[in-house]
Design a protein around this ligand. Structure first.
Ligand code: CO8
Length: 259
């Protein structure tokens, strides 16, 4: 697919930085952007071990779903548009590799929901997070009511969603919506450093850890603990487990092969 609303850079074959790039609307998500994003995720190179998602420019990560496109929708059309966004974000959430949101400005509505679907959120100090949908006469529609309470708790999520008031980066940090805040120029380097640390680990172990953490939300305690037990054991049939432990015992750096 030819991308007109996305661009990427490759730090090395294992780390991809994907920019949402629709500057005329502060990177708002319309059908075109979402379709491109889905295709990008579906066809991501197998070599890539960490995906970083950010917004083009220094003002906005994603300023929400595209209000101009949504304005004239009827109910069935809104259902389909919501389904598209929800499906793409679910693909991001369940991608085998870690996804880092580098939130470099406005993350409103669908933009906040995109960040929520990522594994880890870093933000620049000018970032603004919010679910302002109620002010437009709608609810969050790209799974914000599902993910936001899981990350910040029901009380805070309800306040953000019912009142629709954006919060600054330091408040997002305080409530656990983001892991760290950086000056704008340091955001992407910090996200890349984190990606490098992840890439230094055994890929199989990182993938299994993501599977455990993602799935345990929807399981009861016994099922969740059993899943971890199984995937932990499965690591022991990998070459990388022998390599990781052998390297430790021989006081050298491991050389993982994703096998
Ligand atoms: N959609 C479309 N266009 C947008 C959006 C958006 N979400 N955000 C900004 N733009 C456009 C503006 O219209 C403007 O265009 P133009 O230059 O042609 O007038 C351009 O981007 C620049 O924006 P501003 O001039 O407004 O820039 P400011 O710096 O003054 O303000 C803000 C920046 C505060 C981000 C402001 O643009 C704003 O409030 N934007 C809307 C934010 C918002 O409400 N987002 C939530 C949208 S709803 C949503 O995301 C629901 C998700 C689920 C949908 C499910 C559907 C079924």
């Amino acid at each position: 697919m030819e991308y007109t609303s996305l661009r990427h850079t490759c730090e090395n074959p294992q780390i991809r930085v994907l920019y949402i790039s629709a500057p005329q609307s502060l990177n708002a998500l319309n059908t075109q952007v979402l379709t491109e994003l889905e295709s990008y995720i579906d066809t991501l190179d197998k070599e890539v071990r960490v995906l970083i998602i950010t917004g083009d420019g220094d003002k906005s990560f994603v300023a929400g779903a595209d209000i101009a496109e949504m304005h004239g929708l009827n109910e069935p059309e809104a259902f389909e548009f919501g389904k598209l966004g929800a499906r793409v974000f679910r693909k991001i959430e369940t991608l085998a590799i870690p996804v880092i949101a580098a939130v470099n400005g406005y993350a409103l509505g669908g933009g906040c929901e995109l960040a929520l679907a990522c594994d880890i959120r870093y933000a620049s100090d000018n970032a603004r997070f919010g679910q302002p949908e109620v002010g437009l006469g709608i609810t969050p529609g790209f799974s914000g009511t599902y993910r936001l309470p899981k990350i910040v708790g029901q009380g805070i999520a309800k306040e953000m969603i019912y009142a629709g008031k954006p919060i600054k980066a330091d408040e997002a940090l305080r409530i656990g919506l983001v892991n760290k805040v950086f000056p704008q120029a340091e955001l992407l380097p910090a996200a890349i450093r984190l990606a490098e640390n992840i890439c230094a680990a055994a890929p199989i172990a990182v993938r299994y850890a993501k599977q455990c953490i993602n799935n345990n939300y929807d399981m009861d305690a016994d099922e969740a603990i059993l899943l971890e037990n199984r995937l932990f054991a499965k690591c022991f049939s990998s070459e990388d487990q022998k390599e990781g432990m052998g390297a430790f015992l021989n006081k050298r750096r491991p050389a993982f092969k994703d096998k």
